[in-house]
Design a protein around this ligand. Sequence first.
Ligand code: PGA
Length: 260
Amino acid sequence: MNLNMRARIVAGNWKMNTTPEEGKKLVSEMIPMLSAELTGKVHTILIPPSLHLTGLISLFKNRPMNLSWGAQDCSTHTKGAFTGEISAAMLQSIGVSYILVGHSERRAYHNETSTSCREKILRVLEAGGCPIYCVGETLQEREAGQVTQIIEQQLSEGLPERLWEESLPFVIAYEPVWAIGTGKTATPQQASEVHGLIRQWLKIHSSAQTATTTSILYGGSVKADNATELFNMPDVDGGLIGGASLESRSFVDIVKACAR
Ligand code: PGA
């Protein structure tokens, strides 16, 4: 196996949807459809509400190889008087391997900035987890010709150097804000352009090795019928799926579209 090969990844971000019972039903439908062959080719990450994680992790101990659990957020702090918060270490201790950081909904509704994302990424790394750092421009920024500037700023403010200094694993998700939950997907060319830009940024600011091995996912209205053309683009290594991850068949079809 080529060690420089990047992982193909499909992550399902359930957001604030499903009761714990509905979540169990969803996973129990998905698992039989995720064959060993498929999970050998694509790493699948399920990101339910944090409330569901303990139950799902213990119920699906015998999950397929290459299916991991993720959380939608964590605190910038390690512990203490921060009512309502959940720490990266708590999540890691129950078997959560991936944590989303800087999703545009967190940036928009919870005043998260790339600087606070940097703190969260550091907490995830200290806990031994893998951050999935989300970046993306708004429609207004795209129309003003600011895509490069915004993405580069989110990368340079959000990503701690520790990642490449210590060769720690991380994933980047490019999610144009105008494409999330709107049914408007970026064209494969638009996605590929920004993914190329992110990879180039990594090459310049981290190392060639990091740039080559870091998986960059596309997110924003990915569905079973547009996934193949997006995932076939050169720098697109998979997807971060919202709405379509809430239906087992469509999510598994997206995982299939990512297999190579
Ligand atoms: P969507 O969400 O697939 O529903 O557009 C993607 C995301 O927010 O991660």
